[in-house]
Design a protein around this ligand. Sequence first.
Ligand code: PLP
Length: 218
Amino acid sequence: YLAGKLKCEAALVTAGASSGLTLGTAACLTVANRCDIRAIPQEVMREKNEVVVQKAHRYGYDQALIACGAKMIEVETLEQYDRAFTDKTVMAHFFNAADGGQIGREDWIAVAHKHGVPCFNDAAADMPPISNLWNYTQMGFDLVTFSGGKGIRGPQNAGLLLGKRELIEAAARNNNPYDGVARGQKVAKEQIVGMVAAIDWLLEQSDESMEKEFRDRA
Ligand SMILES: *Cc1c(COP(=O)(O)O)cnc(C)c1O
């Protein structure tokens, strides 16, 4: 239902954007290593576990990726980025609201896809505009996460992971009720219903009506 509303292949309600980062990374590790979920984090550290990221996109939420056994590989130039891909690369990570970084979204996606590697965009706080809920998946990002309790104004302990079906299915396998790295990031039925209600509400709003409300409140 959410994937249909948000114009992407598949969608998962998570326990927040940080959980979305962990589940998305676990999904990329699972698919790249063709491994059991129990191989995360320890066994994948001896196999494929490299995540390429711009130096200016490093942030506190990296911990959500590193918890899966991911090794962060920093790049600055487009040429360094192209050369950073190895047979151990599982994911390219992008921080949508980063202040710095020379490499833009389209180049970031194109180079990753040239190497057959999925691209993740953390857009946790980047709604409004409402269209951002589909702009980044339609641009080509394989995974995009949003916080449920920021601009979307859904449950504070929920979030969205949107993207390609194979990766969303792998993300779900790493979550409760299975005994993977994110078993502790359980999503209750109340959060799922809450996110659906929030998206239904949001899609009846407009960027203009929301901005007016924000200004009135301020
Ligand atoms: C807020 C935020 C997160 C974490 O979101 P939660 O829903 O609180 O887990 C992750 N990444 C970015 C960029 C954020 O702004």
